[in-house]
Design a protein around this ligand. Sequence first.
Ligand code: KE4
Length: 421
Amino acid sequence: MSSERSRAYNRITGELFPGGVSSPVRAFAGVGGTPPVIRKAKGALLYDVDGNDYVDLVGSWGPMILGHAHPEVTRAVAARVQRGLGTGTPSPDEARLGRLVATLLPSVERLRFVVSGTEACMAALRLARAATGRDKVIKFEGCYHGHADPFLASAGSGALTFGTPNSPGVPADVVRDTITAPYNDLGAVAQALEENEEIAAIFVEPVAGNMGLIPPVEGFLEGLRELCTDYGALLVFDEVMTGFRVHLGGAQALYDVMPDLTCFGKVIGGGLPVGAYGGRADLLAQVAPEGPVYQAGTLSGNPVAMTAGYRTLKALSRPGVFDAIVANATRLAEGLGDDDRVAFNVGTMMGLWFADSAPRNLEEAKTTDLERFKRYHAAMLAHGVHLPPSPFEAWFVSLAHDDRIIERVLEAHEASITASA
Ligand code: KE4
C-alpha cells in the first residue's frame, strides 16, 4: 500500500498547520503512522491520494450516517447552491430543518442553529447560567463538549488522546466553576450538588463517545434528571454525537429521559457545518433578540448546510432506514468481540475495547490495553480499514456498511488481531 503522495502532503501540512491537521484527533500521533490524505469518499469507502481505498468507520466523526456522498443529499445540495451559498437572512431551509428536528425530539420545543457542536455547548452553558443566575457547571471526566474554555476540564476526545485534558491557556478562574465527576457515578454528583450552592447545569454525553464508547449504567440518566429537578439545576444532554445516532430521537428517546436543553452537531448537518441548541420554550425565549442572552453567528442557518442536514434526516426518518443501520452496526460488533476484547454497539455507534469487560468510566477506560489498540489500528489501516486514530473515540457505522463491506472489515480484523497480538 503506497503512501508516497500522502506523505508528501503531510510534509506540506506539517509545516503549515499544528500537527499537520485541522483538528487534533485527525493526527496519528496517538497511534503512530501517516494519516492517509483523502481525496474522495463514496458510500462506506475513502480513497486516498495514492490510489488506496479504505472502509471508513470514522464517517467524518459521525455525520456520514447515510454513507459518503449519498445522492439524495448531494443532489439537493448541488441544486441549492445554484440559488446562492448564503444570504444571512431567514430562509425556508432553516425553517424546514428546525421543524424536522423539533418533530424528531419532543423535548426541543424551540432551538437556535449555530455552526458547530462547540458553539452549541458554549451557548447552552451561557443560557443555563443566565436562566438560573448561577455560574457553576458539572461535567464528567472524559466527556467532551467542544473546546470552549469552561469545558476544557478533564476533557475527552483529542484532549484525552494527546494528554491535555486541562488545556493551558484556560484561565483558572474559568474552570474554577467547572466541577468534574466520574461518569456513571450518581453519588459523586449528589455530593457535588450538596457541596456547591451555585450549580447552573449538569452537562452529560448521554452515551459517552469521547473516551471510547461508554453507555450509561442503569438509572444513571434517570438519576441525573431527578437530581437536577430537585436541586433546580438544568439537565443538558450533549447529543452532538448521540443525536440521530443511538436512536432517531437521540439518547433521550432511547432512555426516555427528557433534558431541559439539548446540544446538536454532526448528523444534524449531514456533513456540512451545523450545530444547534434547543429545549424548553421558556429557556429559548431568553436568547437574543427575544431575550437578553446574547449569541450570534454569521453562517448560522446557512441554507446549503441546512439542506444537507434536512435531506440527511429526511432519508434517515424513512421507515426501516435507521433500523437497517443499527443492524449493520450490530452485525459488525458481533463479528469483532472475543475473550480478550469487548465489542458492542449502541444504535449506529460502535466501540471496541481490548479488555475483559467494557469500562464504565474514564479510569477504567485507561486500564484497557491501549498499546494493543495502537498496533491494531495500524494493522487495520494496512489492511484497508480506516478507524478513529485513538482508543478514546467511538466508531461510526452507516447505511452503506452492508454485508460485503462488513465481510471486508472482519477479514482485516482477523489479520490485525494476529498482527497486533
Ligand atoms: P465540534 O465543535 O467538533 O463540531 O463538536 C464538539 C463536540 C461536542 N460534543 C460532543 C459529544 C462531541 O463529540 C464533539 C466533537 N467530537 C469530536 C470527536 N470525538 C469531533 C472530532 C474533532 O474534534 O475533530
